[in-house]
Design a binder for this molecule. Structure first.
Ligand code: TRP
Length: 328
């Protein structure tokens, strides 16, 4: 059994891409491993959200991840700022993180380009905070995408450096948890690229979307004038629509439209109508659970309290041991 840690950014609503990206794997991992999943609200301070936005986003993400199937009885599901031990470990790790290596980090270089008016020390030390998230539970596995591998590498560096400095073997080396083939790529609706909230208006289908909103977005999805020769290769935008259909529709529906495409008799309007309906049906149980959980304040408070307690028990032990190692 591995100890797994992963952070979830509290930005935006949950869409199909998130679900088929990491979330489904979190849901299966929680049955097999000792999992800590948390909402990374300390990290989001690097962009200076308003208190209302911060609070609303954290709540929404918690609701939606619960609705999608994260189980607070199986995994430890918590909010990062509910466990201030993380901040203490971050402080310790920062004493051993060098400016040069932090400045060389790709995500830092991207960030200073994106927000040149707010290049704060939290941005620079984002990797040490992430290392603290992981090392506080002495995790062995971290399910992350390619974009986070450098951060994970830095986490290993910081953990090993701590071990060497104090001549201990305290932190294990966390490794990336590779989903491999289980990752289903979900394209967006605007013709190219993957589903994502930064890919433009109407590109993503959110679990909280009402049926009418889903219908509108799907009907607006980019298509083309249609195939002119039998069995023609599909251009990207068309492939995308078919890929979405593969995920949410019945196999017969998919092959019906695939045959029509190959026979050049396809009418994209009909296909999109069907896709919209299947998308609505697919997301329906999520939508219902989001509404139910969102209106159950007692349940949410209970989940938060339980997560805080479970995470804090482990985190407090790490801090106690670390303080002793350091010499406090
Ligand atoms: N940096 C991660 C992201 O942008 C989120 C994150 C924060 C995280 N702390 C973590 C992921 C610890 C894994 C482990 O997606």
């Amino acid at each position: 059994m591995e100890t797994v840690v992963s952070g979830i950014r509290p930005t935006g609503n949950l869409h199909l891409g998130n679900y088929f990206g990491a979330l489904r794997n979190f849901i299966s991992m929680q049955n097999e491993h000792n999992c800590y999943f948390f909402i990374a609200d300390y990290h989001s301070l690097t962009t200076h959200p308003t208190p209302a936005d911060l609070n609303g986003n954290v709540r929404q993400i918690l609701v939606e991840y619960l609705a999608a199937g994260l189980d607070p009885e199986k995994a430890t599901l918590y909010v990062q700022s509910d466990v201030p031990e993380v901040a203490e470990l971050y402080l310790f790790l920062n004493m051993n993180a060098y400016i040069g290596e932090l400045e060389r980090c790709t995500s830092f270089k991207d960030k200073i380009r994106q927000q040149p008016e707010n290049v704060n020390a939290g941005l620079l030390t984002y990797p040490t905070l992430m290392a603290a998230d992981i090392l506080i539970h002495r995790a062995t596995k971290v399910p992350v995408g390619k974009d986070q591998e450098q951060h994970l590498e830095m986490t290993r560096t910081f953990g090993n450096r701590f071990n060497r400095l104090y001549n201990v073997e305290y932190f294990p080396e966390p490794q990336a948890f590779n989903f491999g083939n289980e990752l289903v790529k979900i394209p967006g609706l605007n013709g190219s690229g993957k589903m994502g909230k930064s890919e433009g208006e109407g590109n993503a289908i959110y679990f909280a979307d009402e049926p009418e909103a889903i219908r509108k977005k799907v009907m607006k999805a980019v298509t083309d004038a249609g195939p002119t020769e039998p069995n023609q290769a599909k251009p990207e935008a068309i492939q995308n629509i078919f890929q979405l259909m593969k995920v949410v529709s019945a196999p017969e529906t998919f092959s019906f439209f695939d045959q029509q495409y190959n026979a050049c008799s396809i009418r994209y309007g009909d296909m999109k109508k069907q896709l919209a309906q299947d998308m609505i049906n697919y997301t329906e149980p999520f939508r219902e659970r989001i509404k139910a959980i969102s209106s159950d304040e007692d349940f949410l408070l209970k989940v938060r309290k339980m997560g805080k307690e479970k995470a804090q028990e482990n985190a407090a032990r790490t801090i106690r041991e670390i303080r002793k190692i350091i010499g406090f």
